[in-house]
Design a protein around this ligand. Structure first.
Ligand code: AVI
Length: 321
């Protein structure tokens, strides 16, 4: 491997790619999956028959919105804060229901992308006229900091889609601690978490028959080519997901099919791969009640209850401080 560490990295992406590909074993952070193409591929994944998570969470919200409304509401109404709102498709089910019931709510979608927030606000203005929407653009942690000042009435913080699963246990505890420090009194956290289940079902969700997840994983290499002037060949890497039923950890790798050297010009870096050497690209932790309770305790939260499908494949948990 040839490298001279740049004195200063131009972006966080450049710095993380440098450290990840000069480490052993090699790693890349899954948060970098989501460029324009990655966002499109993830939308496709959510509609795949094997990727059960999205449909199951949608069903839970649709079928149990009445019970969820009872947990969320308070006499003074509440602020619904969604971290990583995206297209808000699932949240709209709840928003429509709360609005029809005449609840006094304000919806604060938080997302890193201003474009996503603009589209969401526009569609909500059309679909649920009269709903108070106050989008917040930014990183979760900065926005949470601001939101801790909102103490006039109840806050419900939502984190859907099992996004918590893409964090290591250590990161998940730190993240939930941040959320917890923004909560007071009867504030709630409502969080979706995919559950441990038949290992085949989990593995299939990350290894779909149409190869969309493989393209999603490999798109990270194309992003490095484009943004850091590199020459990765997607075809010389295999998409390789694994699932460990003991820990509940689903992991994805890119595996080099041959011995090869890749140039990353803007990092002044030459990365060599041995045949069958891997890059770890993602974790998707699967939970059960025991591990969720542990997580809550570590973060200073109390597990109040949960909503799930009949097979307990997926759960939406409610926590209080
Ligand atoms: C966004 N996140 C919860 C997805 C997951 O299931 O871990 C990302 C994903 N990776 C591969 N398929 C979907």
């Amino acid at each position: 491997m040839k490298m001279t560490k740049p004195a200063e990295f131009k972006t966080q992406f450049a710095e993380d790619v440098f450290h990840g590909l000069t480490a052993y074993p090699k790693t890349l952070n899954s948060k970098y999956f989501y460029d324009k193409k990655g966002d499109e591929l993830f939308q496709e994944i959510m509609n795949l028959p094997e990727y059960y998570l999205t449909g199951m969470e949608m069903n839970i919200l649709e079928e149990q919105k009445e019970e969820i409304a009872i947990e969320f509401n308070s006499s003074a109404g509440f602020d619904l804060i969604e971290l990583g709102a995206g297209d808000g498709k699932k949240t709209k089910v709840l928003l429509r229901h709360f609005h029809n019931k005449g609840f006094n709510i304000r919806y604060l979608p938080v997302d890193i992308s201003q474009n996503v927030l603009d589209q969401l606000t526009e569609s909500l203005n059309k679909e649920i006229p009269g709903l108070q929407v106050e989008p917040r653009q930014g990183m979760y942690k900065n926005v949470l900091q601001q939101l801790s000042d909102y103490t006039e009435r109840k806050k419900v913080i939502m984190l859907l889609g099992s996004n918590i699963g893409n964090l290591s246990q250590e990161e998940a505890v730190l993240f939930l601690k941040k959320i917890s420090s923004a909560m007071t009194g009867d504030d709630l956290l409502f969080m979706g978490a995919d559950q441990k289940k038949d290992p085949k079902m989990v593995l299939d969700a990350y290894n779909d028959s149409q190869g969309v997840t493989a393209a999603f994983n490999k798109n990270l290499l194309t992003r490095i080519n484009r943004e850091l002037d590199a020459n990765f060949e997607e075809d010389s890497f295999l998409h390789w997901p694994l699932y460990d039923p003991e820990t509940g950890l689903a992991s994805s790798f890119l595996v080099s099919k041959k011995e090869q050297t890749v140039q990353i010009n803007s990092l002044n870096l030459e990365v060599t791969f041995q045949k069958w050497e891997s890059i770890h690209t993602e974790i998707s932790q699967k939970y059960d009640d025991t591990s969720v309770r542990w997580l809550a305790t570590e973060a200073g939260l109390e597990l109040k209850g949960s909503f799930s499908d009949k097979d307990n494949y997926y759960k939406n948990y409610i926590f209080q401080k």
